[in-house]
Design a protein around this ligand. Structure first.
Ligand code: ADP
Length: 478
């Protein structure tokens, strides 16, 4: 029996299901998951609308208790959920356990935030009038999530949405429905009232389209690719919906000559290649000051050589497979493009065969690249990184900012002056000093500038900007 969609507090089958395939072993089917049809998405929105007034009135204690319970179950089942995550998405067990832990903590954090939501009382400029500013739920929110963080991204959208009194319709990525289904099951059993949380799995072109286009959905929070995000923005904005987008990155990691080379190599290795490079915060442009170039390249090449690319759930694996054939084809195509553009392939870039049929690829490092090459302009979303040489700090900063994206930017240096200057002058939403560009805390804002993001920030208390709407009340108390 396939896993059903959750609509209005009931598990509802659509009659159409798709297999969830393990990218480490394509013979392994994780499970069968329903694909919702358009009528079911409509039903889910209807159920969310019906539940919205009640949930908006629920006390902060009720919302906090629900979120806390969800967080506790996720944390208690960390090992089992990490296994499911590694099996359906292909990140290593250690990475998956980190992600599941993060999802649990996010629910716990927003359990607290439900209790902390505050308003303001301001003196009016008019006599006898009192002014109060309060935050109210937006209403029904549609959440559309990508495949690369199958549990953390749904968590960081669902938790604030529910904490601040909204009803949710979640549409997870089609190729990783397992973790989203598990979270839906946990929320349902934790006692969410019918319709407060709905899950509709399936195709973006069906489920996503209906969700984005329905006037009864007040806000859309989307994480995914640039072209899909731009389409979502156009359609949702046209009907006046609130929109928040997190899209791609082409994140620079600057390495200065005064850097601790061990820190720089470790940051580049982690940022560029862990999670198989499938992170929007991946360090894909390694901008290296000339005087450090050869030391850095030999250190990183050596570190890459030591990586074990294999089944995500195998002991000793450090880099799992690419998520599916389409993504692998895209990664290999960019390796080809880089070579044709004149970049030197220092290591990796080839398809690998392992014991089980999976989408294995050797992490690839290009050297001798220029920032205007296609491989340095477009997001690859795989284990492929480029070294871009720079004369000095000023040129490195200019290269770092010369990109259509602006999600995260990093610098490895022992100079306080350059670190602080970079922090202030980097055109990115997040800056890292002596750290990989990927790997963020769960309780502070996440988001970028330029082509990377649109709308207000996700996560931390800043999430209230998106999931609430402000009301200013004037009262003449007589
Ligand atoms: P990726 O597949 O690389 O994660 P996408 O942008 O294709 O990036 O997908 C992100 C999410 O958007 C997925 O849940 C996908 O199903 C959904 N999606 C795809 N097409 C549409 C669409 N036309 N409208 C709304 N959502 C969509």
């Amino acid at each position: 029996m396939s896993h059903a969609n959750l609509i209005g507090g009931e598990w509802v089958h659509s009659g159409e299901a798709a297999p969830d395939i393990n990218p480490s072993d394509t013979n392994d089917v994780v499970g069968e998951y329903d694909r919702a049809n358009a009528a079911q998405v409509h039903d889910a929105i209807t159920a969310a609308r019906a539940a919205a007034p009640g949930w908006a009135r629920a006390t902060p204690q009720v919302r906090a208790d629900l979120l806390d319970k969800v967080g506790s179950e996720i944390l208690a089942r960390r090992t089992e959920l990490a296994d499911l995550l590694a099996r359906e998405e292909g990140k290593t067990l250690a990475e998956a356990a980190g992600e599941v832990g993060r999802a649990g903590q996010i629910f716990k954090f927003f359990a607290g935030e439900a209790l902390r939501l505050q308003g303001e009382r301001v003196a009016s400029v008019r006599p006898g009038v009192e002014v109060e500013i309060t935050r109210e739920p937006v209403g029904v929110v549609g959440l559309i999530t990508p495949w690369n963080f199958p549990i953390a991204i749904p968590a960081w959208k669902i938790a604030p949405a529910l904490a601040f009194g909204n009803c949710v319709v979640l549409k997870p990525a089609e190729i990783v429905p397992g973790c989203a289904w598990a979270v839906a099951d946990i929320i349902h059993r934790a006692g969410a009232p019918a319709g407060v949380f709905n899950l509709v799995m399936g195709r973006g072109s069906v489920v996503g389209e209906v969700l984005v286009g329905d006037d009864r959905v007040d806000a859309i929070s989307f994480t995914g690719s640039v072209p899909t995000g731009q389409g979502v923005l156009q359609r949702a904005a046209k009907r006046g919906a609130k929109v928040q987008l997190e899209m791609g990155g082409k994140n620079p990691l600057v390495v200065l000559a005064d850097a601790d080379m061990a820190v720089a190599v470790r940051s580049a290795l982690d940022g560029a290649f862990f999670s198989t490079g499938q992170r929007c915060t991946a360090s894909s442009r390694l901008i290296v000051e000339q005087a450090a170039h050869d030391r850095f390249v030999s250190g990183l090449t050596e570190a890459i050589r030591k990586q074990v690319v294999d089944d995500a759930r195998k002991q000793g694996t450090t880099i799992g497979p690419v998520v599916n054939q389409a993504q692998l084809d895209q990664d290999l195509r960019y390796v080809d493009i880089g070579q044709k553009e004149g970049a030197t392939l220092a290591i990796g870039g080839e398809r690998l065969n392992r014991e089980t049929p999976g989408f294995y690829m050797a992490p690839a490092l290009f050297t001798g690249t220029r920032n205007d090459m296609q491989i340095n302009r477009e997001e690859i979303f795989g284990p492929v990184a480029s070294v871009v040489p720079a004369r000095d700090y000023d040129e490195a900063l200019a290269i770092a900012n010369d990109t259509p994206f602006g999600l995260c930017a990093g610098i490895c240096t022992t100079s306080l002056k350059h670190a602080r200057h970079f922090q202030r002058n980097s055109e990115a939403g997040m800056v890292m000093v002596n750290l990989p560009t990927a790997g963020v805390d769960y309780h502070v804002p996440f988001g970028g500038r330029k082509g990377s993001s649109y709308g207000s920030r996700e996560q931390g208390r800043y999430a209230a900007e998106f999931y609430t709407t402000v009301k200013t009340a004037y009262v003449n108390a007589g």
